[in-house]
Design a binder for this molecule. Structure first.
Ligand code: UT7
Length: 319
């Protein structure tokens, strides 16, 4: 027996962002730990980042980014029947944050849950939203990537406190005439849990930066060609490349071995937002849109990678 199910098509309808108001420069951090602006800009590419204050929580930042995305998509929260929130910095294990975000937005009891795939979280969540719409689980989904990494990073650890930051980015995914979101290519390396780890609820983040750098530039990079193949296009068709904003040197290193067109637009939001894990990809896209560098109809390739180790990426058409 088979079920008689119509497959639908899904597209991203709009993006939104929330950047905390406190700007922290490299010079600010140099007053706290033994570092300097030269080291940070040359090794990581960050000029400044945003730190959330006490009033800026995972839920409040997610709500603000979602309101922005709803407005840009031209819909209201009442249209949402699915909310997926990607984060690895939730304050508590229970309850998840997505139902609260949905409630505050005024959504009518949508399906709501959190995803923890660290810096790859937004790409995992986007794929789940697209799939849910294609099979008919949902008609309109909100996908949020949100992090308050400053809660989990040791402010005295110069190898992490200069990188990680806070913020939220969101996307609305809805029905479309044709499929505008390609299949996700994802994977993991569970033999390396210690590369980025918070050991227990009383611990802060530890990171083997060199190991993550090596993995991203050797094992993750080849996935980019697979993402194109999965979507039935080539790297030359890509207009905008939005890798997880982990380190500008990782992006530059990846680009050397890829066959993008010379005029491909490359996201460099890390310069002003730092590494915001699951929020970094939607934040970077929002900045490209605001700067007029990503336009409607552009083919965008995203790839997230980080703790787990996990990665995921896909191609979508800009709304
Ligand atoms: O988003 C999640 C995934 N995470 C990542 O993608 C992170 C990937 N890794 C990286 O971005 C880089 O490995 C880091 C930025 C974390 C570190 O850069 P690196 O070039 O790999 O430096 P390193 O760890 O090899 O350290 C080189 C030196 C060390 O000093 P010694 O032992 O050679 O004397 C560090 O103690 O740099 C020192 N160092 C610093 N110096 C000044 C580490 N952090 C700093 C700092 N300022 N903030």
């Amino acid at each position: 027996m088979s079920l008689n199910i119509d497959r639908r098509s899904a597209a991203i309808l709009g993006f939104g962002a929330y950047r905390p108001s406190t700007v922290v420069t490299n010079d600010d951090l140099a007053q706290r730990v033994d570092t300097d602006d030269d080291w940070i800009t040359s090794r990581v590419g960050i000029k400044e980042r945003r730190f959330a204050d006490e009033s800026e929580t995972i839920v409040s930042m997610a709500v603000e980014a979602s309101r922005d995305a709803l407005a840009n998509a031209g819909i209201t929260a009442e249209d949402l029947d699915l909310v997926i929130l990607a984060t690895c910095t939730a304050v508590s294990q229970l309850p998840s944050a997505a139902p609260q975000v949905a409630h505050i937005l005024g959504a009518k009891a949508p399906g709501a849950y959190d995803v923890n795939a660290a810096c790859a979280g937004f790409c995992y969540a986007l794929s789940q939203a697209s799939n849910a719409i294609q099979v008919g689980d949902a008609t309109t989904a909100l996908v949020v990537g949100v992090e308050k990494l400053t809660d989990w990073v040791d402010p005295q650890d110069r190898s992490t406190c200069i990188i990680f930051a806070d913020g939220a980015g969101a996307a609305i995914v809805g029905r479309s005439e044709t499929q505008q979101i390609g299949p996700a290519v994802w994977g993991s390396a569970g033999d390396r849990p210690e590369a980025i780890i918070v050991r227990d609820r009383d611990s802060l983040m530890e990171m083997d930066g060199r190991a993550v750098f090596r993995w991203a530039t050797t094992e993750v990079r080849p996935q980019i060609e697979k993402i194109c193949t999965a979507a039935g296009i080539t790297m030359r068709d890509i207009d905008v490349f939005v890798p997880h904003q982990a380190n500008l040197r990782i992006t530059t290193n990846m680009l050397r071995a890829l066959d993008f067109r010379e005029d491909v637009v490359v996201a460099k939001d890390i310069e002003y937002s730092g590494n915001t894990s699951a929020a970094s990809i939607p934040l970077a896209i929002q900045r490209l849109v605001a700067d007029g560098l990503a336009r409607s109809g552009d083919k965008v390739l995203t790839i997230g990678f980080g703790a787990g180790l996990t990665y995921a990426g896909q191609i979508f058409v800009m709304p």
